[in-house]
Design a binder for this molecule. Structure first.
Ligand SMILES: [Zn+2]
Length: 78
């Protein structure tokens, strides 16, 4: 999943790359341009498609778990 760092204060952004690269760029930019302080308008953006899919998978797993729990409860209480 590609990641990008943007500083809205300086209006700069990195190329899309690894999350590690974007975080490194963030640290370097904060140190260089903002004296180590955190700019008021910065974002670390990930291409969210995969993140959403990951969330959906997690929800499905959770849903299946709840379903099994309910089925287990029903069979135990009948
Ligand atoms: Zn900046």
């Amino acid at each position: 999943m590609p990641w990008q760092y943007q500083c809205g204060v300086c209006r700069v952004q990195t190329e899309w790359g690894s999350r590690e690269a974007a975080e490194d760029a963030r640290s370097a930019h904060r140190a260089r341009a903002h004296g180590g302080l955190i700019p008021t308008d910065e974002t670390l953006t990930g291409d969210t498609d995969e993140e959403k899919q990951g969330g959906e998978i997690l929800l499905k797993i959770l849903g299946i778990g709840v379903l099994f729990g309910v089925l287990k409860w029903i069979t135990e209480h009948l």
